[in-house]
Design a binder for this molecule. Structure first.
Ligand code: G3P
Ligand code: MG
Length: 347
């Protein structure tokens, strides 16, 4: 398991190391916990030759709930304490960028019912609307969906003819792509007033923000599923067919630099929390390991951030499809093998 001899003293001088674990396809398949996930985390929780906790965070392009609720659920699933200090999801990064829209009407997409509206409000957004609110305001906006009683109950009554939408945030994977694409196009082409036919002002006045670029992700189904990146492609294809060009948008989520910078800050804070300020001093460069299943997000982002990357075969990536689009530092069967390889390399 740990091939290096080395004395404990040598081992105590091991450079600080930290891990970032992707969730879907690495630790979970949908609601199912991969058996090796708990074994991998128990090694980092202290069952290792360093006889100390090795800091880690969970870093997912998933979302749809508050960080508090999702980390509580992950604690129950994985058997180790996951909190908001070692868990980040696709839209967590928005907490630091919603201030400019705090008092402006915004449209948010994704998730189920009213959950994400409450998450967006907890991020400081005060005028948060959904495409179901638009459908409830004027059912003719999209004739091919009838609101369920639950959707009607959670809809917020508002007159969108006098409510200028200033930004569209795609927090999580939309549930009704047709309604959502129709309303996004109405908002953008009308510069915010959904039923205005003669828009005025800058054609890109409505900011569009996506939180997860994943074309594919691994759930319980044996083959990868379409992710928020596929929704983005569908929207942009329709928008380009209508206007001749795709609409400019901001992209967060793995592999973007913004998301990996955010993760590095969280991981350094976690290292400091566990082992004191000395392990993350300005003259110390910790060794970060990303363990992921998606070459396009997990491996590409880690490589660009200068981390070591480990690609596992339990998710989107399948070696039978040929070499990965982005070469990892190492390829491993699963997350436990990935952790054992990384620690053996460091000790
Ligand atoms: O919606 C979740 C999916 O896009 C990927 O999640 O945990 O593999 O980054 P994850
Ligand atoms: Mg994944």
């Amino acid at each position: 398991f740990f091939s290096r001899s080395g004395t404990l003293a040598n081992r105590s001088r091991v450079p600080p190391i930290g891990f970032a674990f992707d969730i879907d396809g690495v630790l979970l398949h949908g609601a199912s916990v991969l058996p090796e996930a708990r074994r991998a985390l128990s090694i980092l929780e202290g069952d290792n030759p360093l006889n100390r906790k090795i800091p880690y965070i969970l870093m997912t392009n998933g979302g749809g709930a508050s960080e508090k609720d999702r980390s509580k659920r992950l604690t129950e699933q994985l058997g180790f304490e996951i909190t908001t200090s070692n868990f980040m999801q696709s839209h967590t990064i928005l907490k630091s960028s919603t201030h400019k829209y705090a008092n402006k009407p915004v449209l948010i997409l994704g998730g189920k019912g009213d959950v994400l509206r409450k998450v967006a409000e907890s991020y400081g957004l005060r005028q948060v609307y959904t495409t179901l609110d638009v459908k409830a305001w004027n059912p003719n906006v999209w004739p091919f969906h009838d609101l369920t009683s639950e959707e009607r109950t959670s809809a917020k009554p508002i007159d969108f003819s006098t409510t200028p939408i200033s930004a569209v945030f795609v927090f999580h994977d939309p549930r009704n792509w047709a309604l959502d694409i129709q309303v996004m196009i109405d908002v953008i082409l009308s510069r915010g007033i959904i039923d205005r036919s003669r828009p005025v002002g800058d054609a890109t006045s409505v900011e569009l923000i996506f939180c997860n670029p994943d074309l594919l992700w691994r759930s319980e189904f044996p083959r990868p599923r379409l992710g928020q990146g596929a929704f983005r492609e569908a929207f942009q294809a329709v928008f380009k067919a209508l206007t001749g060009a795709p609409y400019p948008h901001v992209q967060y989520g793995k592999p973007t630099k913004a998301t990996y910078d955010f993760a590095e800050k969280m991981l350094r804070a976690r290292m400091k929390e566990l082992h004191g300020a000395s392990v993350v001093g300005p003259d110390i460069q910790p060794q970060f390991y990303m363990v992921g299943d998606n070459p396009e997000s997990d491996i590409a982002g880690a490589n660009a951030a200068g981390w070591s990357s480990v690609l596992v075969r339990t998710g989107v990536y399948d070696p039978v499809d040929g070499p990965p689009a982005h070469n990892p530092t190492h390829e491993a069967e699963n997350v436990e093998a990935a952790v054992r390889w990384a620690i053996d390399r460091e000790v």
